[in-house]
Design a protein around this ligand. Structure first.
Ligand code: GDP
Ligand code: IMO
Ligand code: MG
Length: 456
């Protein structure tokens, strides 16, 4: 099945293979920056929203009119009835996918005509979580089998969504199960029974109507001038190549992942929007250089409800890290930032430290360290910033506290990137687009209509 695309006029040839109309919206820190909320806010301006990597390790929260929805796999654009694509860069648990469809159906949100799954995406089988447990990777993963599924992909022994449609699907699944059981036995763990494989195949067969060549679908949509929003999961510092390895996830969360994870040309990317919290959080293991001491951290966790949307684990808060953000801006080519959760810090602190660099071995570092052992020893260099009062119900940037606007100015000066949007709460309507900040080419942001609902 492939969703019906909005009929748009073909673009005029401009010497490029495809018209540049894909905006990448990604996490610029360690995940949970508010991607779900922001993608939902932006989605009305786009025809298609596509996730390019990750799995149900992600938890993207959207609040609409006091009702909470947490999406793990399907892009947050589904809540505005956009065409939603789960790209080839993802690893998908059929069980998690079916549960998500059922959750959306309960809310009256149809998916059959609007969701497509790449035939090149890999599947997470129940035994991938068993392998993860047996391999005991000590980095505090979500335990969803994400790493082992990507490892099978790299090992060329993975199960792809397209395989569901093949007559030898059972053979492919059984080969994966046999390989897993061999490893589990070697590691002294109990094996996975064949009825688990049968259940997995049943779940996978439910996915079949959604599976198609989404790369072809997206390229054809771009040719027709459709506007595409590429949604990331996790954050830049969890990228398998550029993050704080080995305390990272197993996919490319950064902007380049949008091309490889969706099957679109690099020329298609017109903009990259980075989402950052006004502080940082990290869940799971790994160094967080600006981690707050306990009292401050507890305040932020309570005020910001910093608990994982997927696992419920407490997130570890830290002060905003401009040295880290600069790295994220450069790797991703971030042209504008959306700042979320600054309301959380309102009224909590007299002064707010801002990290402007890392000292290591007595010297300021020029580059973000690639070695975790170095990151463990860096000393953040802070500048103090005045705290701000609670935001109240501000709807205009000029009405936000002066101290906060000065904070934003410091961030912009350091990064040389504008903060075009400020989120002041979890709700859709708590999104302020700054009229005083102009980002080249992002005119749709100036016209952002948070009430736009229906498909084009
Ligand atoms: P994601 O994984 O990046 O989509 O983020 P999560 O949904 O895991 O976590 C972000 C949390 O912060 C969610 O509970 C959101 O509802 C909430 N949130 C998003 N933006 C804001 C904001 O500006 N202020 C406050 N107070 N909460 C926000
Ligand atoms: P969203 O999309 C925050 C973290 C895990 C762990 C590491 C590896 O909601 O921002 P994995 O299960 O992926 O192998 O775990 O990555 N992690 C996240 N942290 N937000 C997420 O997603 C995350 N997805 C994975 O906690 O440290
Ligand atoms: Mg999350």
């Amino acid at each position: 099945m492939r969703p019906k695309l909005p009929a748009k006029e073909p673009g005029t040839p401009n010497g490029r293979i495809f018209r540049m109309s894909c905006t990448v919206v990604l996490g610029s820190q360690w995940g949970d920056e508010g991607k779900g909320k922001i993608v939902d806010s932006f989605a009305g301006q786009f025809d298609i929203v596509a996730r390019y990597q990750g799995a149900h390790n992600a938890g993207h929260t959207v609040w609409i009119g006091g009702e909470k929805t947490v999406l793990h796999l399907i892009p947050s654009g589904i809540l505005r009835q956009r065409y939603c694509v789960l790209g080839n860069g993802m690893v998908i648990s059929p069980l998690a996918f079916n549960l998500e469809l059922a959750m959306l159906a309960k809310k009256g949100i149809p998916t059959r005509e609007t969701v497509a799954v790449s035939n090149r995406a890999h599947l997470i089988a129940p035994w991938h979580a068993r392998l993860e447990e047996a391999r005991a990777t000590k980095i505090g993963t979500t335990g969803r089998g994400v790493g082992p599924a990507y490892a099978d992909k790299a090992d060329r022994i993975g199960i792809r969504a397209g395989d569901i449609l093949q007559p030898d699907f059972g053979k492919i699944v059984n080969a994966s199960l046999r390989e897993t059981n061999r490893e589990l036995m070697e590691r002294g763990h109990g094996t996975v029974l064949s009825n688990i494989a049968d259940q997995f195949m049943d779940e996978a067969e439910n996915m079949a109507p959604f599976v198609c060549d989404t790369g072809e679908l997206l390229r054809s949509a771009l040719r027709k001038n459709c506007e595409l929003l590429a949604e990331s999961a996790q954050g830049t510092m969890l990228d398998i190549d550029h993050g704080t390895y080995p305390f990272v996830t197993s996919s490319n969360t950064t902007a380049g992942g949008a091309c490889t994870g969706l099957g679109i040309s690099t020329f298609s990317i017109s903009h990259v929007v980075g989402i950052c919290k006004a502080y940082v959080t990290r869940v799971g293991g790994g160094k967080l250089p600006t981690e707050m001491e306990e009292t401050a951290g507890d305040k932020v966790v309570e005020a910001g409800q910093e608990f994982g949307a997927s696992t419920g684990r407490r997130r570890r808060p830290g002060w905003l890290d401009l040295f880290q953000l600069k790295y994220a801006v450069e790797i991703n080519g971030i042209q504008t930032l959306v700042m979320t959760k600054a309301d959380v810090l309102g009224g909590l602190f007299k002064t707010i430290p801002l990290c402007a660099g890392y000292r290591y071995g007595g010297k300021l570092l020029d580059e973000y360290p690639s070695k975790h052992s170095v990151l463990e020893q860096v000393e953040p260099v802070y500048t103090e910033h005045a705290g701000w009062p609670e935001f109240g119900d501000c709807r205009e940037y000029k009405d936000l506290p002066q101290a906060f606007r000065n904070y934003v100015r410091k961030v912009e000066d350091y990064l040389q990137v504008q903060v075009k949007v400020v989120s002041t709460g979890p709700g859709r309507e708590q999104t302020i687009v700054r009229r005083d900040a102009h980002v080249a080419g992002l005119t749709w942001m100036d016209d952002l209509d948070l009430n736009r609902e229906s498909a084009a």
